[in-house]
Design a protein around this ligand. Structure first.
Ligand SMILES: *Cc1c(COP(=O)(O)O)cnc(C)c1O
Length: 398
């Protein structure tokens, strides 16, 4: 590659350093050279798409332990198509009737604490099928008997979400959830879009598990569906219906296959060591800055990834965590921190998407921004709760 910012400069785009995570709003992830080569090779050729999806199925099966798998536009699409498949089976007429007629099993059971948003409400990924969410329990408590009572003959599937977005206590563990569902003959679909563990959820009883190709895997934008062969086939069939608007291209399938293959041989220890070095560099840079306290925190769902949590004492610094995040984002290059919980007085620095040389730029920017009293006072604080929608509402305005 040439200079770090040549492409941004040529396109007239803001230079961005991502210490936020694999965020859709920042282009999700960057892909390694073998993935880029696989995408480029596919772009220049025709292929029988069912064959390409069959190759994807083999690789998905090898990495996950599933019987089969397919790829679609995104994990969100994977959720919709998997649930639609649970409703229609291998009946093409039923697949074409969605979402108008979800048939005899329109209901999808979900614990209330799992009804999260990931940039869009997961309930909507269910409802795109024409089916309905049957929410069980309360946000912070779901009992076994609430699940048992919900599983009647109108239920197509039960959806289980593994994510930092969901409530982390009072929920039924996956293994128990699957036991209860299987006793009633109901399949379990797991949304594990952002989880590194490619085998554990199927091993714990999931019938289908869904991953994003463009998050930790570092593939092109894609969704990976893995699981029981009959349900995978029924989900794939939805491409004649609601799946058409969720189409994945040959280039993304080829790239996601390459990303899965690269995952098998990735130097996970080396990557962890590099991420740790960035966290240590930033910890050192922040030491001694008045009004700021940093600590390394583990990923909330157990992914092998630590982040630096930077607590801001607004009274001593004269600006809150939201203003610090806002000032960092207004720099050139823009430094985008993980700001979901900024209202609680901290932001996080996620090292998993750093490109070479960027950890040092971030360290220097932290020191400069935190000692810039005037800049902090004027910075527009990030609005973590409503921030996402403003970008959509303002876009295209004259
Ligand atoms: C990111 C995410 C999604 C959406 O993934 P896409 O591949 O971007 O559609 C769905 N569920 C969870 C839990 C996520 O973290």
């Amino acid at each position: 590659m040439t200079g770090m910012w040549d492409w941004h400069d040529a396109q007239g785009l803001s230079r961005v350093i991502n210490v936020s995570g694999t965020m859709t709003g920042l282009g999700a992830s960057v892909t390694a050279a073998p993935v880029q080569q696989a995408v480029a090779a596919a772009m220049g050729r025709f292929v029988k798409m069912h064959e390409l999806q069959a190759s994807a199925s083999e690789v998905i099966a090898r990495l996950t332990g599933a019987e089969a798998g397919f790829m679609t536009a995104s994990a969100s699409a994977g959720v919709s198509l998997s649930l639609a498949g649970c409703m229609t089976g291998l009946n093409p007429g039923a697949a074409e009737a969605l979402p108008r007629d979800p048939g005899q099993t329109p209901n999808v059971v979900v614990q209330m604490g799992h009804l999260c948003g990931y940039g869009a409400p997961i309930s909507q990924a269910v409802e795109l099928t024409g089916g309905a969410v049957r929410s069980i329990g309360q946000s912070t408590l779901c009992t076994d008997y609430a699940l048992e009572a919900a599983l009647d003959e109108t239920v197509a599937a039960a959806l289980y979400v593994v994510s930092h977005h969901v409530v982390h206590y009072g929920q039924i563990p996956l293994r128990r959830f699957a036991e209860i569902c299987h006793a009633r003959g109901v399949p379990v679909v797991v949304d594990a879009a952002s989880e590194y563990d490619l085998r554990g959820f199927l091993a714990a009883g999931a019938d289908i598990v869904i991953y994003s190709g463009h998050k930790f895997l570092g593939g092109p934008t894609s969704g990976i569906v893995a699981g029981r062969r009959d349900l995978v086939r029924a989900g794939y069939l939805q491409n004649i219906g609601i799946g058409r608007g969720m189409k994945i291209g040959k280039e993304s399938i080829a790239g996601a296959i390459a990303a899965l293959e690269a995952w098998e041989t990735r130097d996970h220890d080396g990557i962890r060591a590099r991420e740790r070095a960035a966290l240590d560099l930033w910890t050192g840079a922040l030491a001694g800055i008045d009004g700021v306290a940093a600590r390394i925190v583990p990923d909330p769902t157990g992914n092998p990834l630590d982040r630096l949590e930077v607590h801001v004492d607004a009274a001593r610094l004269g600006a809150g965590a939201g203003s610090v995040a806002g000032l960092l984002a207004s720099r050139d290059p823009a430094i985008i921190v993980r700001d979901h919980e900024v209202e609680l007085g901290y932001f996080q620095l996620d090292p998993c998407n750093l490109l070479p040389g960027q950890a040092e730029i971030v360290a220097e920017a932290l020191v400069t921004a935190l000692s810039d009293k005037a800049g902090l006072a004027q910075a527009a604080p990030v609005d973590a709760r409503n921030g996402g929608v403003a970008g959509y509402l303002n876009w295209g305005a004259v």
